[in-house]
Design a protein around this ligand. Sequence first.
Ligand code: EPZ
Length: 419
Amino acid sequence: MDKLIITGGVPLQGEIRISGAKNAALPILAATLLADGPVKVGNIPHLQDITTTMELLGRMGVELVVDERMNIEVDCSTIRELFAPYDLVKSMRASILVLGPMLARFGEAVVSLPGGCAIGSRPVNLHIEGLVKMGADVHVEGGYIHAKARRLKATRLVMDLVTVTGTENLMMAATLAEGTTVIENAAREPEVVDLANCLNAMGAKVSGAGSDSISIEGVDALFGTRYDVLPDRIETGTYLAAAAITGGHVRIKDTQPRMLEAVIEKLREAGASVEVGDRWIELDMNGSRPRATNIRTSPYPAFPTDMQAQFTSLNVVSDGTGTISETVFENRFMHVHELQRMGADIQLEGNTAVIRGVNRLTAAPVMATDLRASASLVLAGLVAEGDTVVDRIYHIDRGYESIEEKLAKLGARIRRVPA
Ligand code: EPZ
């Protein structure tokens, strides 16, 4: 397995561009199954999860044409298998997103249960319950979800809790249902809005995306279109945190600042001066050490769980004591043990980490356990004394396009060594 070697001590300087959002591209690629004609999706990031999604669609018989700029044209008129196998779904849980579109468009679907992952059990009961309420006949057997529906029927769904992909799956299913579906307690993430915008470009009638109540008026068919995915707010936040932890000064381009208001607010609390434009964010620590902040993760627009690990690392070297409470996932502190090996002073109390800032971290061999934990170890490596070796970086390659190139462009001393 490839490793990343990072020699700490360089304040990041310069500017980088942000790639398309992984968590918007994945549902939008699944949504192409709903269209009668080819859908061309642009600004797709070059990531392992995208490759996995293309392999999944390809195995189903869907035609994919990819150009050198990672525009992907999907034509599902050649589809021959309504089946998502365990070996692919277990490597990428977001494969569950083909369930709703397949059922709505083709009337049946067999999709492997995703199973848990490092950060939690991550059930999909709310996806299934929503489809059953829309009239689908669903049973789980042999680790697979077997779903059938002649035509889904609109209904009012009140979600027990906020689920991003649950909202997305049910929104996609409702686009071809009979009648108008309302999803209450819906996820408000920008990626949900991006998916809704893409569905409407395909002829759907979705309104209210971005609020906690989404209305979808079913139509008879959706058609092909061209759609560009929005920028990745978590990639953006990760590089801003990298600049903050190293006391640097960076400009992030091709992003959307209004998607990160909670993160920008916390960076300012940590002592960063942050300027924003329509499509850029500039952060300057003015050479100062960050101040500790208190974080509590919650669904959008509150502080995102996907930025929790990065801010854990930031607090580790900040001035003062900060607490970080993780309310979304039950096991998202796997990075803490690795950070402690680098000299971090962190006490875990249930779903809260109490972090006393230290003046220095020392490099160590560390192991990535999940996508955002990996990013937090890279951030710690950027300030640790010596060479930090991050192992199992396939986790990182799932969600960060060319991370070592982008960090090196900002002056970091980082290199990838093949296993
Ligand atoms: C999406 O995962 C993201 N993935 C995650 O990003 C992100 O961390 C998460 O939303 C929260 O923002 C994609 O969009 C592909 P949830 P998702 O359903 O949809 C519970 C990353 O790093 N739940 O919003 O799987 C669940 O266990 C990834 O890019 C149920 O109980 O998350 C969790 O505690 C990691 N039953 C909570 O809801 C269900 O049927 C929120 O999960 C569904 C969810």
